[in-house]
Design a protein around this ligand. Structure first.
Ligand SMILES: Cc1cc2nc3c(=O)[nH]c(=O)nc-3n(C[C@H](O)[C@H](O)[C@H](O)COP(=O)(O)O)c2cc1C
Length: 483
C-alpha cells in the first residue's frame, strides 16, 4: 500500500485538508482516509465550514430500506437488573432519530425479553453468536460495523471484564472485539463490585483503550438497604451522551455577533438603460457571508447586482449604486464586525441622463464623473456606531502590498484583505483567490503593519479562514481594542 506524505502536497490541497480535518475534528491522515472512502463511494462531502461533522467515523453506514434516521447504534444489553432501563433507552434514542439494533446477552434475557426490545426498536433482536440465520453473512461483524456507535447498557462487571481482556465467546463480546466504532458503556452494578480491584483495573484498561463511560451514578441499589456508586445512569443521560458523541456540538464562535458584509459590484447609472460597472462577481463576499452565518453570526449582506443565490440564513439587501449601498450599510448598524468586500465604484456620472442619451451630430455626450461616497472610510471613521472590527478589501492590479498598506492607514479600518485582480490572476469572477491579510501588530492603532500572505485558495476557503481569524480576534478578550 502506498503511503502519502502530506508535506509534499500542493499548498491549496494542504490548506483544504487542514480546514476540513479541523472542522471534522480528525487528524489530517484520518481525513484523507475518509475522503478516499467517499470517492470510492461516489459521494464527496462539500466544504461547508462549521457544519455538523458526519456521524460516521471511518466507514460509511450502509443504507437500510425505509430508514429515515440519521445515525444508528448497536445497543448491547448486559445481564444486570438495570436492563429494564435499557428498554426506555431504546425509546430515548429513537426520539433522537437514532436507529437502534439490540443485542441481548444470555444473562440479559433473564431480565428483559428480546420481544420487548424488538417491539420498541422495530428491529430484529440478536442474541446468539452461532445463529445460522444471521451468521450466514458474518452477522456479528455487521452488527459491529454497520452502525455509528455501540452502546452497552447495562455494562455489567462481567461484560467489562471480558472486554478488557479481549474475550469473544458470545455475540456481545465478539461484536465489541470486532468493532472499529466508538463504544459507550453505562456501567451498572453493586457498589462493592464497582469498587472491587478487578473492576477498577478493567475500567482503567477500557478507558486506556478509548472506551467512553457514562456513570455509574451514586444512589440506592436494587438490593434492599444498599447504596453507593453503581447505579446505571438514567436513560435520558445515556441517550444525551450517545448523541453528543454521534453529533458533537457544531462550533459557533460567532454566536451572538452581528456581522455586516458588502459584496459584488455597484452599477452607476449613465442614463435609464446604461451604467458603469466592474467585473466583481460577488462570490468572495457571498462566501464570507455563508461562512459567518455557519459560524453562528447574524449576517446582513448588502449586495450589488450579482448573479448569485442569496446565502441561506442571511439577511440580504440588494442595491445597485454606491450611494444605495452606503445607505443600507448605515441602516444595518450597529454591527460587531463589518467586512466590506464589495467592489464599489469610485466614481459615478454627475450628469445622469433622465432619458436615454441619443447619438447626435454634436458628437459624444460629455460624461462628468464625481466621486462616490467612500463606504469603508465613512464607517471606519464613525465615532458612535463604528463596528469594533472593520475589514476592507483592496483589489489592486499593481503594487498590491504597498497600496493595501497605505489604504489601511488612509481608511482607518482594522484589517485589509488585499488581492491582486489583474486579469491574468482570474480572481475577478473566478473561484479562487490569493489574498494577503494586512493588519496592525496586536490590533493597536499605531502598531506596526503586518502582512500575512495566504496560499491560493478557493473563495470558500478564504472565507472560512477569514471568519476563523475574525472569531479568534473577537473572542480574544486579552487583546486591546484598536479604537
Ligand atoms: C438478580 C441479579 C441481578 C444482577 N445484577 C447485576 C448488575 O447490576 N451488575 C452486574 O455487573 N452483574 C449483575 N448480576 C450478575 C450478572 O448477571 C452476571 O455476572 C452475568 O454473568 C453477567 O452477564 P453478562 O456478561 O451477559 O452481562 C446480577 C445477577 C442477578 C442474579
Amino acid at each position: 500500500m502506498a503511503s502519502l506524505t502530506i508535506r509534499k502536497l500542493d499548498e491549496s490541497v494542504k490548506t483544504y485538508l487542514r480546514l476540513r480535518s479541523a472542522r471534522n475534528r480528525r487528524s489530517v491522515e484520518e481525513e484523507v482516509r475518509v475522503i478516499l472512502g467517499e470517492l470510492i463511494e461516489g459521494r464527496e462531502e462539500p466544504l461547508t465550514p462549521f457544519a455538523a461533522p458526519p456521524a460516521t467515523s471511518t466507514a460509511p453506514t450502509p443504507q437500510r430500506t425505509g430508514a429515515v434516521s440519521e445515525a444508528s447504534i448497536t445497543l448491547i444489553i448486559g445481564g444486570g437488573i438495570a436492563a429494564y432501563k435499557s428498554l426506555d433507552l431504546i425509546r430515548r434514542l429513537k426520539e433522537r432519530r437514532i436507529e437502534v439494533r439490540c443485542v441481548l446477552t444470555k444473562a440479559a434475557q433473564q431480565f428483559v425479553t428480546p420481544l420487548a426490545a424488538s417491539a420498541l426498536s422495530h428491529e430484529r433482536v440478536y442474541t446468539d453468536l452461532f445463529d445460522p440465520q444471521s451468521e450466514f453473512d458474518a452477522g456479528h461483524i455487521r452488527l459491529a460495523r454497520e452502525c455509528d456507535m455501540i452502546v452497552v447498557a447495562p455494562a455489567t462487571a462481567d461484560l467489562m471484564a471480558k472486554m478488557a481482556n479481549g474475550h469473544a465467546d458470545d455475540l456481545a463480546s465478539a461484536i465489541l472485539l470486532a468493532t472499529n466504532r466508538k463504544i459507550l458503556l453505562a456501567p451498572a452494578m453493586n457498589p462493592l463490585m464497582w469498587n472491587n480491584a478487578a473492576t477498577r483495573r478493567n475500567v482503567a484498561q477500557l478507558q486506556r483503550d478509548g472506551v467512553v463511560l457514562i456513570g455509574p451514578n451514586s444512589g440506592e441499589m436494587a438490593e434492599a438497604g444498599e447504596a453507593g456508586v453503581g447505579r446505571m445512569s438514567e436513560a435520558v443521560e445515556i441517550a444525551n451522551a450517545a448523541e453528543r458523541l454521534l453529533r458533537p456540538p457544531v462550533p459557533r464562535p460567532l454566536a451572538g455577533k452581528r456581522v455586516l458584509i458588502t459584496a459584488g459590484p455597484t452599477h452607476e447609472p449613465i442614463d435609464p438603460v446604461r451604467f458603469i460597472a466592474n467585473r466583481s462577481s460577488g462570490k468572495q463576499g457571498f462566501a464570507i457571508a455563508a461562512a459567518a452565518q455557519a459560524a453562528g453570526a447574524e449576517v446582513i449582506l448588502v449586495s450589488g447586482p450579482v448573479d448569485l443565490a442569496d446565502p441561506a440564513g442571511v439577511t440580504v439587501r440588494h442595491v445597485e449604486s454606491a450611494r444605495q449601498m452606503l445607505e443600507q450599510v448605515q441602516a444595518a448598524l450597529p454591527a460587531d464586525i463589518a467586512i466590506f468586500a464589495a467592489a464599489v465604484a469610485d466614481w459615478r456620472v454627475a450628469n445622469e441622463g433622465e432619458q436615454k442619451l441619443k447619438k447626435t451630430s454634436a458628437g459624444m455626450p460629455p460624461l462628468q464623473l464625481v466621486e462616490n461616497p467612500d463606504i469603508l472610510a465613512t464607517i471606519s471613521k464613525l465615532t458612535d456606531k463604528r463596528p469594533p472590527l472593520v475589514i476592507g478589501f483592496a483589489a489592486e492590479t499593481e503594487h498590491l502590498i504597498d497600496n493595501a498598506k497605505s489604504k489601511l492607514a488612509r481608511k482607518g479600518c482594522d484589517w485589509i484583505v488585499a488581492n491582486d485582480v489583474s486579469p491574468a490572476t482570474g480572481v475577478m469572477g473566478g473561484d479562487r483567490n490569493t489574498v494577503h491579510l494586512i493588519s496592525r501588530q496586536n490590533g493597536a492603532k499605531d502598531g506596526e503593519i503586518e502582512v500575512d500572505s495566504w496560499p491560493v485558495m478557493t473563495k470558500e476557503q478564504v472565507a472560512i479562514e477569514l471568519v476563523a481569524r475574525v472569531a479568534t480576534r473577537v473572542t480574544d478578550t486579552s487583546r486591546e481594542p484598536s479604537s
